[in-house]
Design a binder for this molecule. Structure first.
Ligand code: ATR
Length: 280
């Protein structure tokens, strides 16, 4: 599937810490291949606090695009030359591109990626009441995108109340803070916390609050079938795992870098193959 790397091959990559288990190289290389683009993609481990050095390196090395993951999303927003309006409000980015004048531009595709994944799954967020668990960088991007996509009411519950208040201010016309019970009173529930990740058996909300008419989304991708999604299935609810958001946010990054949408099915298949090879 991959083209030979030559002197003309453009390089993109991900900065994060850790990045050794990232699915992004598999996803993006499949996307580039679907566009027959002479681009490649690698993972760059960048120590916490060193995002601005990495972006200087991007300029010096002529790297054409970067994905940004934890813990650099906030620092990278401060280090780029310009931000799109949504990223100014979010205060974090997951994408760096190079404008024609050589300036580094920051954007966030996380929230739009989730909305695109839901749409592709037949879940229309327009007019829906959405409950969001957590208020970190991913949640903020999701709240912003849900409001833009026409969600009628967004309730944000967070362990630290100030975080929920700040996230709700991103969409003051529709978003409010609330309790886990208030979140469960919505139609669509989205977990953005790491609760249930990597073998943690905990749930971000009690299983008894999940109803058969809920759509339950977990953005955690390790494992894909989180304890929350297992509990939601047991309650008869519809579930959406985190792979769709991962694939669609990556596809939107390629659109920013190349101006064309890659084949999201090819990207999803590549991620599933990679997970199978790892025995996950
Ligand atoms: P991300 O970029 O993935 O959103 P983040 O910005 O670190 O990561 O945000 C993590 C979110 O998960 C936060 O809302 C955090 O709550 P706090 O604001 O109180 O820190 C939430 N979170 C993390 N661990 C949690 C836990 N054990 N229980 C509940 N919420 C948790």
């Amino acid at each position: 599937m991959s083209r030979p790397i030559t002197g003309q091959t453009r390089v993109a990559g991900i900065i994060g810490h850790p990045v050794v288990h990232s699915l992004s190289p598999a996803l993006h290389r499949a996307g580039f291949a679907s566009l027959d683009a002479d681009w490649t993609y690698v993972a760059f481990p960048v120590a916490p606090g060193a995002a601005h050095h990495a972006l200087d390196g991007m300029r010096a090395l002529g790297i054409s695009g970067l994905s940004v993951t934890m813990p650099h999303k906030h620092d990278a927003a401060l280090a780029v030359d310009r931000l799109d309006p949504a990223s100014v409000a979010l205060g974090s980015i997951n994408t760096v591109s190079v404008d024609p004048d050589g300036a580094l531009a920051g954007a966030s595709t996380d929230g739009a990626g989730l909305v695109a994944a839901l749409t592709a799954d037949g879940v229309d967020v327009s007019g829906r009441r959405v409950g969001v668990l957590g208020a970190g960088g991913a949640a903020r991007s999701i709240v912003d995108a849900l409001a833009r996509a026409g969600a009628s009411h967004i309730v944000i519950a967070n362990r630290t109340p100030a975080g929920a208040t700040s996230a709700a201010l991103l969409a003051p016309a529709v978003a409010v803070t609330g309790s886990v019970d208030d979140v469960a009173a919505c139609d669509l529930l989205v977990n953005t916390t790491p609760v249930g990740m990597g073998g943690d058996p905990s749930l971000p909300l009690p299983a008894s609050l999940i109803r058969p008419d809920h759509v339950v989304v977990d953005i955690v991708t390790y494992p894909l079938r989180t304890p929350l999604l297992v509990a939601a299935e047991q309650q008869g609810a519809r579930t959406v795992d985190g792979l769709g958001m991962l694939v669609h946010q990556a596809a939107l990054q390629e659109f920013i870098w190349l101006g064309e949408m890659p084949d999201v099915t090819a990207m999803r298949d590549a991620a599933l193959r990679e997970l199978a090879e790892r025995g996950q």
